[in-house]
Design a protein around this ligand. Structure first.
Ligand SMILES: [Zn+2]
Ligand SMILES: [Zn+2]
Length: 351
C-alpha cells in the first residue's frame, strides 16, 4: 500500500483542491476503507461554502464526504472481533457516537450527549476527515455490510436512505395515512418511499422544477409550489381535511409554515430540513388542533434496516443518481449539484 492518497482538501470556504495527503491509520476498533463511491449531500455544499463556521468543520483545511461505500483495506486493533475482514464491502454513515451517555444507551446515538468531544464522539465528514478521498478511516459503529445485490453506487446513497426512513419513523406514519412531503430533493423523494414502506396510502410531494417532475415519474402525487398556494391545494386534494403526516424535507421557513398548514387535525409533522433562521409558527392552531411537531436528525439504527429495502427496490436509491464524476473533477461535480437547472438529485463521485 502507498503512503499517500488523493483527497478533496478544502483550504478555506469555497477554496478547495485535489491534493496528495497521507493515508490515515486505523486506530482501535476502526477500519481503513478504500472508498469506491461518494454521494454529494446538501450538507457538503454548505460545509464547503463555509455556512457552519467553527462547527462543521471545526477548522480548515478539511476533507468532507459522509455518504459513501467501499471495501475494507486494513483493520485496526480489535476490528476483527466484530467479524470484519479485509475485502469486505461496506456502506458508511457519519455519526460515531460515544456509546455510553444516556441517549446512546437508549439507542438515540444521533443525539449523543458527548457530541464533538475529543476522544468520545466523531462525525465523519463533519468534524473528522470524511470520504472524499481514496481512503477513509471509520469506527466499526459507522460501517455496515453492503449486500451483494447492491453496487457501490447504491451503497453511497444508503446513508440518505436511512435518514429518509428515520424521518418517516419520527413522523409515525401509519398504514392508510395520507402523507405530504415538502421538498423534492433526495431526502424528500426517498422519504416518499419510506412513507409507503410504513404503509402510507397516499404520498403527495410538494416541490418545483426538475425535482417535482422526478417525484411524478416515481409515481407520487405532486403539487407545484410555484402554481398557487400549496397548502390550499393539499387541502383540496384531501377533501378539506389535510395530511395525517407531513415530512418537512426542504428546510426553509416558508416550507415549515406550509408543512404545519397542510396537517390534518391531530396530525404530526417531522422536520428534517434545517432552516438557518428562525421560523414563526401558528401556535394557536398547534394547540387547538393538537398538532405534533418533531425534529428528525440523521438516523439512529436505520442503516441496517434500510439495506434490504434498498435491495428489494422499495427504497429507490438508484433512481436518485443523476450524475457521475471522478474525484479529480469535484469542482464540476459541485457546480452541477448547486445548479438547479442541471436536474441533479444525487451525484456520485468516484475516488
Ligand atoms: Zn448527507
Ligand atoms: Zn453518547
Amino acid at each position: 500500500m502507498p503512503d499517500t492518497m488523493q483527497a478533496l482538501v478544502v483550504r478555506e470556504p469555497s477554496r478547495f483542491e485535489i491534493a496528495e495527503v497521507p493515508i490515515p491509520v486505523p486506530g482501535p476498533h476502526e477500519v481503513l476503507a478504500r472508498v469506491r463511491a461518494v454521494s454529494i449531500c446538501g450538507t457538503d455544499a454548505h460545509l464547503i461554502h463555509g455556512d457552519y463556521p467553527g462547527f462543521w468543520p471545526p477548522a480548515f483545511p478539511f476533507i468532507p464526504g459522509h455518504e459513501w461505500s467501499g471495501e475494507i483495506a486494513a483493520l485496526g486493533p480489535g476490528a476483527d472481533l466484530y467479524g470484519w475482514k479485509v475485502g469486505d464491502r461496506v456502506a458508511g454513515t457519519s455519526h460515531d457516537a460515544c456509546g455510553v451517555c444516556q441517549k446512546c444507551v437508549e439507542g438515540r446515538y444521533n443525539l449523543c450527549e458527548n457530541y464533538g468531544k475529543q476522544g468520545l464522539h466523531r462525525q465523519y465528514g463533519h468534524n473528522t476527515q470524511g470520504a472524499d478521498a481514496t481512503y477513509v478511516v471509520h469506527g466499526v459503529k459507522c460501517i455496515f455490510p453492503l449486500p451483494d445485490g447492491l453496487s457501490f453506487e447504491d451503497g453511497a446513497v444508503v446513508d440518505p436512505a436511512s435518514i429518509a426512513l428515520h424521518v418517516a419513523n419520527r413522523g409515525g406514519v401509519q398504514p392508510g395515512d395520507t402523507v405530504a412531503i415538502t421538498g423534492a430533493g433526495a431526502i424528500g423523494l426517498l422519504g416518499g418511499d419510506a412513507a409507503r414502506i410504513r404503509g402510507a396510502a397516499r404520498v403527495i410531494v410538494v416541490g418545483r422544477g426538475h425535482r417535482l417532475a422526478k417525484a411524478a415519474a416515481l409515481g407520487f402525487e405532486t403539487v407545484d409550489s410555484t402554481a398557487g398556494d400549496p397548502v390550499a391545494v393539499v387541502h383540496e386534494m384531501t377533501a378539506g381535511l389535510g395530511a395525517d403526516v407531513v415530512l418537512e424535507c426542504a428546510g426553509v421557513p416558508e416550507t415549515v409554515v406550509w408543512a404545519l398548514g397542510m396537517l390534518r387535525r391531530g396530525g404530526r409533522c417531522a422536520v428534517v430540513g434545517i432552516p438557518t433562521v428562525g421560523v414563526e409558527i401558528a401556535m394557536q392552531r398547534l394547540v387547538l388542533d393538537e398538532l405534533e411537531l418533531v425534529g428528525s436528525r440523521a438516523s439512529a439504527g436505520e442503516m441496517r434496516r434500510v439495506m434490504p429495502l434498498v435491495e428489494q427496490g422499495r427504497m429507490r436509491v438508484r433512481e436518485m443518481i443523476t450524475h457521475r464524476f471522478a474525484l479529480a473533477d469535484y469542482a464540476d461535480a459541485l457546480a452541477t449539484f448547486n445548479d438547479r437547472a442541471s436536474g441533479a438529485i444525487k451525484i456520485i463521485v468516484t475516488p
